[in-house]
Write a protein that binds this ligand. Structure first.
Ligand code: NQM
Length: 368
């Protein structure tokens, strides 16, 4: 509101969507407070954070269901829309723009068409999206028969029951998304806290390690891994030290880098993964977490390369995760400064769940 008189407590237009294996609140940037601090305060209050149950908000009590997308027309005209991802913490009063989310990304194209930011094409529509968090570009392609988004279809993704219309995500420039290099430490392998790790960033800065090196098999369930307090302490130490090597500074309180435990495949896939967000264990694996693992384990000297059964035909890698598989294409090529990624591709689905007005809870009483 140009007069500044807008009262966001009266409610804000919001589309609740499932994007891939995540769920979040999608907003037009213009509908939110322009000041980032006010915006974040508003988002905490609609999600019901901080509270482990998020009982007084629309958050789902897990980082994967406490997410926000802010969408606007392209600022510089080079894409169709700009997408800012915000992670709203569940039990802490924090909102972070330090990472990207490739699952919430799956809902951005459909959202842009729903809100009239992008015209639908005849049968399928391709939307070019700037992922503001990493300043990189993705193209989402999805069905729009008769000029409307059709969410129904036959594509199944593990971690989501049933089937829906496919959303194809193509990434062009994921290598070094937020650290500047596919191998941010300059090495294929480093030793951190006494174990070998590979620090890699093909869309999501991540620390790859062998599950066996941290005393687990890598096939445990997320609740079992989360209950292992010795493992949690070890992973936290490894993360802080690896992040320093990656040039990310002090990452305490940040959601990146992620941690990925690797083990040999058990169900005919390429490799077994257990990823950490970084504290909660992922119930599947992130999209860009997946493109990052797929690029990392293809590097001959990387941790995990020797555990993996890489496809002989150069086809997609099949990452095993706690609720199934993620198939990821990640094609590497020799660049002027070493190996880099030519392209990465992931198939997702998305669904519009609820379109309406969201109301923030009152401010919590000020702490003295
Ligand atoms: O890696 C969770 C998710 C994600 C991020 C996380 C994601 C990605 O699965 O692109 O999608 O890593 O915090 O939604």
């Amino acid at each position: 509101d140009p007069g500044g008189a807008r009262n966001y407590d009266d409610g804000v237009r919001c589309l609740l969507m499932r994007g891939g294996t995540s769920k979040g609140a999608y907003f037009l940037a213009d509908d939110l407070p322009p000041d980032p601090a006010e915006r974040d305060d508003f988002l905490l209050r609609i999600m019901g954070s901080p509270d482990p149950r998020q009982i007084d908000g629309i958050g789902g009590a897990h980082p994967l269901t406490s997410k926000v997308a802010v969408v606007s027309p392209s600022a510089d005209g080079t894409t169709d829309v700009d997408y800012l991802f915000l992670q709203v913490a569940v039990d802490e009063p924090t909102v972070s723009d330090s990472q990207n989310c490739g699952n919430i990304l799956a809902g951005i194209g459909p959202f842009a068409v729903e809100r009239g930011l992008v015209p639908a094409q005849e049968s399928t529509t391709a939307v070019r999206i700037r992922m503001v968090n990493s300043d990189s570009i993705a193209t989402a392609t999805f069905a729009t028969p008769g000029g409307r988004v059709d969410y129904r279809g036959a594509a199944a993704i593990d971690g989501v029951p049933g089937t829906a219309a496919p959303v194809t995500l193509d990434f062009a420039d994921t290598a070094g998304s937020s650290t500047g290099a596919l191998l941010p430490t300059g090495n294929t392998k480093d030793v951190v806290d006494g174990i070998e790790v590979t620090c890699v960033d093909n869309g999501m800065p991540s620390v790859l390690m062998r599950a066996s090196d941290v005393g687990v098999s890598g096939t445990e369930s997320p609740p079992d891994l989360e209950a292992n307090t010795e493992l949690a302490g070890r992973l936290a130490r490894i993360r802080l030290a690896a992040a320093e090597l990656m040039g990310m500074g002090d990452v305490s309180g940040k959601t990146v880098p992620k941690l990925v435990l690797l083990a040999p495949p058990r169900r005919g896939g390429t490799v077994t993964t257990r990823s950490f967000l970084p504290v909660r264990c992922h119930t599947s694996i992130g999209v860009l977490g997946g493109t990052t693992v797929a690029a990392g384990i293809q590097l001959p000297d990387a941790v995990g390369h020797e555990l993996a059964q890489l496809p002989a035909d150069g086809g997609p890698l099949r990452l095993e995760h706690p609720t199934g598989y993620l198939d990821v294409g990640a094609e590497l090529e020799q660049g002027p400064a070493g190996l880099t990624t030519r392209s990465s591709t992931v198939l997702r689905t998305a669904r519009k769940l609820f379109d309406g007005t969201v109301f923030p809870r009152e401010h919590p009483p000020a702490t003295i």
